[in-house]
Design a protein around this ligand. Structure first.
Ligand SMILES: [Fe+2]
Ligand SMILES: [Fe+2]
Length: 272
């Protein structure tokens, strides 16, 4: 018997019911999937929040630790200044010169701040040098000079052994701020790029400031004379001692060095 129109209708209705059931089932599954996705997203957000919180705590802890290192070494630096005939103002000025050079070299703000904080520690090793030697006037004998020059190695020993970037840079500076580009410095007679850039930078600032400063045995030189000695040399200082790239920069930025020195002089005379 041929199926009649009623059978066809029934079959079509059965198919529609089947389709409706399947659609319902698919909709139910889709909703369940979406609920799962939402739950996973919420968990991920919670996890990201926890992670962000943990990272923030870690960042805060690291910066507190870095600050604690800095405070501790600054105190050590102050103690070394008491022994030295250099003034506290000298180490502060060296920080400013170093930052000016770093900025002119295109260093990031973070790294400029790092050298600003590390530079004052360059002579921290003098804390271990006998007072009698530090205050001695005139030329030192070979043995005395050897002891005096050891302030670089002692400084490095005091500052090494931590993974603080600040102390690592301070260590590099302490051990290399008397090295010369042409290999005639101390303690290791390093040459050129063997000397870390932070050491080369501080060496230039330290020399400029020493030339400008009064000592028990000499008056401070004018800015012009200090520049002439650095750029053209005298009996002790040779242009070959300095990194030629830094010397080139110095030709342009030296007025800023003068501004720093003059500002400190003014503040000192006003008793600030
Ligand atoms: Fe030194
Ligand atoms: Fe110095």
């Amino acid at each position: 018997m041929q199926p009649g129109p009623e059978d066809a209708l029934e079959s079509a209705q059965a198919q529609i019911r089947e389709l409706e059931l399947r659609t319902k089932e698919l909709t139910r599954r889709e909703r369940a999937r979406q609920r799962e996705v939402t739950a996973v997203r919420r968990k991920l957000r919670e996890f990201a929040g926890d992670l962000e919180f943990a990272l923030e705590l870690e960042r805060r802890r690291a910066s507190e630790l870095e600050q604690a290192y800095y405070d501790m070494v600054l105190r050590l630096t102050r103690a070394s200044v008491y022994k030295d005939n250099e003034t506290g103002a000298h180490i502060q000025r060296v920080s400013f010169y170093a930052k000016i050079i770093a900025r002119s070299l295109g260093w990031s703000e973070v790294d400029q701040e790092l050298i600003f904080r590390a530079a004052p520690m360059h002579d921290v090793g003098k804390i271990a040098i006998p007072d009698i030697l530090i205050r001695k006037r005139g030329a030192l004998g070979a043995e005395d000079r050897r002891i005096m020059e050891s302030h670089t190695l002692i400084g490095a020993q005091l500052l090494e052994g931590s993974n603080s970037r600040l102390l690592e840079m301070a260590r590099d500076i302490a051990v290399t701020h008397h090295e010369h580009w042409d290999g005639t410095g101390y303690p290791r007679q390093l040459q050129g790029n063997q000397i870390p850039i932070a050491g080369r930078i501080v060496m230039l600032g330290d020399n400029y400031d020493a030339l400008r400063s009064c000592r028990s045995y000499k008056k401070g030189f004018t800015h012009e004379k200090a520049c002439r000695i650095i750029l053209e040399g005298d009996l002790r200082t040779r242009p070959e001692h300095f990194d030629p790239q830094l010397l080139d920069l110095f030709r342009t930025i030296h007025p800023e060095f003068n501004e720093i020195f003059e500002r400190f002089q003014k503040e000192e005379s006003l008793g600030l």
